[in-house]
Design a protein around this ligand. Structure first.
Ligand code: NAD
Length: 256
């Protein structure tokens, strides 16, 4: 289905980004991976699907490095057909205690990076009259939670960016949509489970149940694989006229 297409997934050395990269590779897309930490392991996992895989280590808080990554992808594969803006970080503190440098980093990595990658990817997509921009927002793009001011602001912002990008390209073959996961058990969330376990003296299992019970009625984590399949749907022909949506996969979190 995606043979001959190239997908660039930011923050794809781990968690949701890696799950989406694998799902798109399984449908035949060439993949550009990005992110920190070990990239040889993720590279091998994605390449197992038989497509071409490249890696660029751009720091998504740096517009110059994002530009270098987009040029690298264009040189390697011709253009980026599918852009998944996924890189993200979290920090938890009340507004009055929120460290300024954490606010700036979250806004840069979780929101501005998507603007930069999108503005650089769009011209080639528009020329080809086919493209998919998929923004990994969060249920926190739809509702708030205490102590997550920067994250919630960035995620509401990326939902807004999604709508405007969709509108500006609405008469073309370029679509833009957001995915809004609830809890997904990745390193980003395990840190929040660990913090709860430590603060309340709970086991990992009890802290996990508490975390899910506070917000997610299904009491189940969404998986990177499930999110990957939603990204595949957005890339399919059936997704041709799905534009500007913020689609939650959140175990009914936002339905409350
Ligand atoms: P993760 O920590 O497993 O992965 C984050 C990825 O982003 C990693 O590959 C990391 O190296 C990369 N990254 C971080 N800072 C970067 C930077 N400056 N430059 C380049 N890469 C950088 O986290 P995850 O849970 O898979 O989160 C992925 C996305 O999904 C984030 O945008 C997050 O907000 C969103 N999300 C996660 C959940 C969840 O429950 N885990 C829920 C909703 C939304």
């Amino acid at each position: 289905m995606l043979k001959g297409k190239t997908a660039l997934v930011t923050g794809s050395t781990s968690g949701i980004g890696l799950g989406i990269a694998k799902a798109l590779a399984a449908k035949g897309a060439n993949i550009v991976l990005n992110g920190f930490g070990d990239h040889a392991g993720p590279h091998a996992e994605v390449a197992a699907h038989g497509t071409q895989v490249a890696y660029h280590g751009a720091d998504m808080s740096r517009p110059d490095e994002i530009q270098a990554m987009m040029s690298f992808a264009a040189e390697k594969f011709g253009r980026v057909d599918i852009l998944v803006n996924n890189a993200g970080i979290q920090h938890v503190a009340r507004v009055e205690n929120f460290p300024i440098e954490k606010w700036d980093a979250i806004l840069a990595i979780n929101l501005s990076s998507a603007f930069h990658a999108t503005r650089l990817a769009l011209p080639a997509m528009q020329k080809a009259n086919w493209g998919r921009v998929i923004n990994i927002a969060s249920v926190h793009g739809l509702v708030g939670s205490a102590e997550k001011s920067a994250y919630v602001a960035a995620k509401h912002g990326i939902v807004g960016l999604t709508k405007v990008t969709a509108l500006e390209n609405a008469t073309s073959g370029v679509t833009c949509n957001a995915i809004c996961p609830g809890w997904v058990l990745t390193p980003l969330v395990q840190k929040q489970v660990d913090a709860k376990a430590q603060a309340l003296g709970l086991s990992n299992e009890d802290a996990t149940k508490l975390l899910l019970g506070e917000k997610e009625p299904s009491m189940q984590f969404t998986t990177p694989q499930e999110l990957g399949e939603l990204a595949v749907f957005f890339c399919s022909a059936a997704g041709n006229n799905v534009r500007g949506v913020a689609w939650n996969m959140d175990g009914a979190w936002a339905a409350q």
